[in-house]
Write a protein that binds this ligand. Sequence first.
Ligand code: HEC
Length: 136
Amino acid sequence: MTRTLSRMVLVAGLAMAGGGAVLADAPPMMMPPYILRPEPPAGDRLKAGGDGKVLFEVHCGYCHLVGGMGTNLLTKQRMMMGETPDKGLLANRTDLTADYVKSVVRMGKGAMPAQTKVDVTEAELEAVSKYLGKAG
Ligand code: HEC
C-alpha cells in the first residue's frame, strides 16, 4: 500500500517536473495590444475637452485597435468593399462623420453593443467622435 502510494507520488512529481520544463521552454506570453488598455486620463469624465485619441484608445480600443473584434469584422467589411485592410481600423477611416460615430456608439450596430453613458460619457463621446469624424 505504501509502495503504491510512493510510486504515485513519484509519478506525479515527474509529471510536474516535466510540465515545468515544457512551460520553461515556451515563449513568454505576449498580451495582444488591444487587451492592454491604456490608463484612463485622470480627472472629471463629465468635463468637456478631453483628448479624443486617448479616450478612443481607452474606451473603444479593446475592440477597435489592432486585433480587436471590431477591427476584425470591419476589416472584412471594408475589404469586401474593395478597400485596403488598414481601413479596418476606425482611426484610418476618412469617411466617418461625428454624428454617425455618435449614433453607432449609442444605438449599437450589428455585432457592436450600444455603449451607455457609463461606458462613455457624453463629454468623452464628443471628443472621440470629433477625433474619428474626419468627414465632418
Ligand atoms: C465590444 C466591442 C466594441 C466596442 C467596445 C466598441 N465597438 Fe465599435 N464596433 C464593434 C464591432 C464588432 C463593429 C462592427 C459591427 C458590425 O458591422 O456588425 C463596430 C462598428 C463600429 C462603427 C461602424 C463602422 C462602419 O463602418 O459603419 C463605428 C463608427 C464604431 N464601431 C465606433 C465605436 C466607438 C467610437 C467606440 C467607443 C466609444 C466603439 N465603437 C466601441 C465593436 C465594438
